[in-house]
Ligand binder design. Structure first.
Ligand SMILES: Cc1cc2nc3c(=O)[nH]c(=O)nc-3n(C[C@H](O)[C@H](O)[C@H](O)COP(=O)(O)OP(=O)(O)OC[C@H]3O[C@@H](n4cnc5c(N)ncnc54)[C@H](O)[C@@H]3O)c2cc1C
Length: 479
């Protein structure tokens, strides 16, 4: 006998589990199906983000940053460290504990919100009247498949890493994000293909721990999606740190050996280069994952790139079937998935769920961090928008000096006529936290004068944001 639900969510990544919680809060009988397992076979809800994405990468970034501080900046504080060494297995074990805490936290939230959790692969099986029939092939060996009937289905099946054409991930020599987060010892020579968010974060982790890291990027410009002044500063700082970054590269051959990987490429000048790495991380983007859904069985429409096709409100072509997160258009970010999740659950309840795609913040968790919201200067120029820009360096910020972390700056772009903030761009310490002020300001339609008039705590990094807002009107106080 099939179990009946108002809402069934397929996938328990940040999109799926958040959708399930909000649906349950709204009073719906809710189930969530997810197939991710821990090494011991137990469920590991949280998707890419929790298991092999946001959370473990930030755990390793923190460990490696601590190591770098102990080796380089502690001495300046008068702290002596003798016999500094990195214990990679212990660092990885800590990362695994952090991941497990998050998996357990989600299981607790399912229980608290009375969400039925099915550990297995969910797929469409057909229709029963107006409702959808779903089947869940359980992950527990020998367990009978569960049959579910749902009035509403939310597809949140996420994404998978994109391989280099003809070069499969083996996670021994050629690593995807999962492999990059689990290298058992510091490689001497690490190649990274793709200078996007994941490539730079993973390259930074292993560079800090002692690897010689080369980043090969196909596009001619470094961090082309980032405000060009921020990208220029980032390239300067990362190069100084020891990341060898090459742009305009075309990879022509990859030979995977037992001990190393050979990469042949043409560089920006068109010269053929031969490089050998102990490991090669490939981070050239991610592709939507709908593999096990049986979308064709019910006619769920995918677009030409394999994303589930949705309208601006995450409705698919099928009635009462919605899709959110990485499996649909838009930025592949956990918080974008979460916002869509809440909005969809509220729409199912007849409410007016809303996501403002113009104020989705982006963060790169390198050191210094990079964060932005809204439009950058290149985009404003292309759009012919008349704007004013104001910047303020962390070098002139008291808190940054006290911390010994003065690289980078805050930059604010505002409409010349109305002064409405159009973009906030930060490279510097805790940019990931500071950007929230920019998001709030933009969400409330604030002007740069509004930000400049708000009292900011002293000494704090956020004073740099206030000063950048003052700079839009040419009246910084501390520069
Ligand atoms: C290394 C790395 C670092 C990242 N860092 C950040 C960051 O700092 N900040 C940020 O915002 N984003 C980050 N991301 C991106 C972020 O992880 C994704 O945007 C986010 O996980 C998308 O959430 P989702 O719910 O759409 O899908 P996912 O998290 O991919 O979850 C989908 C889930 O559905 C399951 N599933 C798929 N098909 C089925 C099926 N048929 N039946 C049952 N289960 C199924 C999958 O196994 C998975 O558990 C990072 C990604 C990577 C790889």
């Amino acid at each position: 006998m099939a179990e009946q639900f108002d809402v069934v969510v397929i996938g328990a990544g940040p999109g799926g589990y958040t959708a399930a919680i909000r649906a349950a809060q709204l009073g719906f009988a809710t189930a969530c199906i997810d197939d991710w397992s821990r090494a011991d076979g137990k469920p590991a809800p949280g998707g890419t983000c929790t298991n092999v994405g946001c959370i473990p990468s930030k755990a390793l970034l923190q460990s490696s940053e601590n190591f770098e501080h102990a080796g380089h900046s502690f001495a300046d504080h008068g702290i002596k460290v003798d016999g500094l060494a990195i214990d990679v297995p212990r660092m990885l074990a800590r990362k695994e504990r952090v991941v497990a805490q998050n998996n357990d936290g989600i299981l607790y939230l399912f229980k608290k919100n009375k969400i039925a959790f099915f550990h297995g692969i969910g797929s469409f099986a057909g229709k029963e009247g107006d409702a959808w029939k779903l089947s869940c092939k359980m992950s527990v060996a020998g367990a009978k498949a569960a049959e579910l009937v749902a009035r509403n289905v939310i597809v949140a099946t996420g994404s998978k890493p994109r391989p280099l054409p003809g070069v499969a991930f083996d996670n021994v020599r050629v690593l995807d994000n999962e492999g990059a987060l689990a290298i058992q010892g510091v490689p001497k020579r690490l190649g990274v293909v793709g200078a996007g968010v994941i490539g730079l974060e993973m390259g930074s982790v292993w560079r800090r721990l002692g690897a010689e890291v080369t980043v090969l990027e196909a596009l001619p410009a470094f961090l082309g999606v980032v405000d060009s002044a921020i990208a220029k500063e980032a390239l300067k700082l990362f190069t100084k740190q020891g990341l060898a970054i090459q742009t305009g590269v075309k990879i022509t051959d990859v030979k995977v050996g037992k001990q190393d990987v050979g990469v042949v490429y043409t560089d920006a000048a068109g010269k053929t280069q031969n490089a050998t790495y102990d490991r090669l991380i490939v981070s050239i983007g991610r592709i939507p994952y709908t593999g096990a859904l049986e979308a064709g069985k019910v006619g769920l429409k995918l677009d030409e790139r394999g994303f589930v096709e949705v309208d601006g409100e995450c409705r698919t072509n099928l009635p009462h079937v919605w899709a959110i997160g990485d499996v649909v258009r838009g930025p592949m970010l956990a918080h974008k998935a979460e916002e869509e999740a809440v909005a969809v659950a509220e729409r199912i309840a007849g409410q007016h769920g809303h996501v403002d795609f113009n104020t989705v913040p982006w963060v790169i968790y390198t050191a210094p961090e990079i964060a932005w919201v809204g439009q950058n200067e290149q985009q404003l120029k292309v759009d012919g928008v008349d704007y004013r820009a104001g910047s303020f360096p962390f070098m002139a910020n008291g808190r940054a000096r006290a911390m010994g972390d003065t690289s980078g700056f805050v930059k604010i772009l505002a409409d010349r006529k109305t002064d409405r903030i159009l973009g906030v761009h930060i490279i510097g310490p805790y940019a990931s936290e500071l950007i929230s002020e920019g998001v709030v300001a933009m969400e409330f339609g604030a002007s740069s004068e509004d930000l400049a008039r708000i009292c900011h705590a002293h000494p704090s990094l956020s004073e740099a944001t206030k000063e950048a807002a003052l700079a839009v009107d040419g009246r910084t106080l501390n520069l």
